[in-house]
Ligand binder design. Structure first.
Ligand SMILES: [Zn+2]
Length: 167
């Protein structure tokens, strides 16, 4: 999944407001960051551990522990850990991933059908921004900004699904 991860993190803000948005986004894409880090430093041997068991469990526990240490609230720590797990859960919709190293691959692999992926991720974006918009602490300008955010995210998703396919 591409923009859908950011959407999930934005939607989760409704329940995890004390956490900075940057922290929510970090937790939401941690497995992909680990992937990038692993390819930059191959000696770490990250491989497919970022998106398979038991690696994602370790990552969720690590992010939850870090959140507990920094923000000192158990509920927030749990939420951040769940965001890490949500990443791989929704990746199963769009990708074809090994359950564990050397294990069977599962997933719907919607990336192979860009239109279906676009519809799914746009749904995530609309739903999550609607949740975000219902946060009681949002002021009017922020609500207007959400519309621009939706357009930007759906545009980036469209480029991902349709713009790069021909290149
Ligand atoms: Zn991923």
């Amino acid at each position: 999944m591409y923009m859908g991860h950011f959407a999930v993190a934005l939607g989760a803000r409704r329940w995890l407001r004390p956490l900075p948005l940057a922290w929510l986004l970090f937790a939401g894409i941690e497995p992909d960051l680990l992937d990038v880090f692993g390819s930059l430093v191959p000696s770490l041997g990250v491989g497919d551990a970022s998106h398979s068991f038991p690696g994602i469990i370790y990552a969720a526990i690590a992010v939850a522990a870090l959140t507990a240490l920094i923000f000192r609230r158990t509920g927030l720590a749990l939420g951040a850990g769940l965001l890490v797990l949500s990443h791989v859960a929704v990746d199963y919709l769009t990708s074809w991933l090994p359950l564990w190293h050397g294990g069977p691959h599962v997933g719907l692999h919607l990336y192979a059908t860009p239109r279906a992926d676009f519809v799914l991720e746009t749904g995530f974006i609309v739903l999550s921004l609607a949740l975000y918009a219902r946060s009681p602490d949002l002021r009017r300008p922020a609500r207007a900004g959400l519309m621009a955010m939706a357009v930007l995210m759906i545009g980036l998703q469209a480029i991902w699904n349709f713009g790069m396919a021909g290149g």
